[in-house]
Design a protein around this ligand. Structure first.
Ligand code: URA
Length: 202
């Protein structure tokens, strides 16, 4: 059966660089692509969803409010951020205008799939022993499964492709939590997952 390529998608493109990536249309509205950051052979890789407003402007992952929350959780879990490779499932900021603000929009599965090309390259280059997936988008990308469910995947390590995957909430979920109690619960879950990942790298 012939497959139809969606407008704006070039799923077979093998870009010379991340900035030249046109595998999906998200590059059009983004300031720049945001690559992962961290040591070349970090045993621990953390995967988020996509760059936010600040990350899009600065070209670095997790430098905005979600990044501050992640930094706090890493510190509490006893993990040094400078020893971790931090990246995102999708490398361009997907947003929609609301007044003067750029509001985050969750990436579609076809965008996660298109960008998996880069996650695969990063995973191959860094060779992490353990990957922490922050939120459902990251989990779908890391497990290469559009049906991956965050809740069902939390609380236990998952063997995937010769690596260990630990799933937890995205820090933005903590920031958006409706009350202090659920905020604290979600934050604790992230700290616990980071602690567990740290233990697993030995
Ligand atoms: N949220 C993410 O998932 N990644 C970032 O880099 C920033 C916010």
């Amino acid at each position: 059966m012939a497959t139809r390529t969606l407008p704006g998608f070039e799923p077979d493109q093998e870009p010379a660089s991340l900035d030249a990536c046109r595998r999906c249309p998200l590059w059009k509205d983004a300031t720049q692509a945001v690559p992962g950051a961290g040591p070349r052979h970090a045993p621990l890789m953390i995967v988020g969803e996509q760059p936010g407003d600040q990350e899009d402007l600065q070209g670095k992952p997790f430098v905005g409010p979600a990044g501050a929350m992640l930094d706090r959780a890493l510190e509490e879990a006893g993990v040094e951020r400078k020893k971790v490779y931090v990246t995102n499932a999708v490398k361009h900021f997907k947003w929609e205008p609301r007044g003067k603000r750029r509001m985050h929009k969750t990436p579609a599965q076809r965008e996660i799939d298109a960008c998996h090309y880069w996650i695969e390259k990063e995973t191959g280059k860094i060779g992490p022993k353990v990957i922490v997936a922050l939120g459902a988008t990251a989990l779908k990308s890391v497990l290469q499964s559009s049906g991956a469910k965050l809740q069902a995947s939390m609380g236990h390590a998952i063997e995937h492709d010769g690596r260990v995957v630990v799933a937890t909430y995205h820090p933005s979920f903590v920031l958006r939590a409706p009350d202090p109690e659920s905020r604290e619960k979600a934050y604790r879950a992230i700290v616990e997952a980071l602690r567990e990942a740290h233990k697993l790298i030995g």
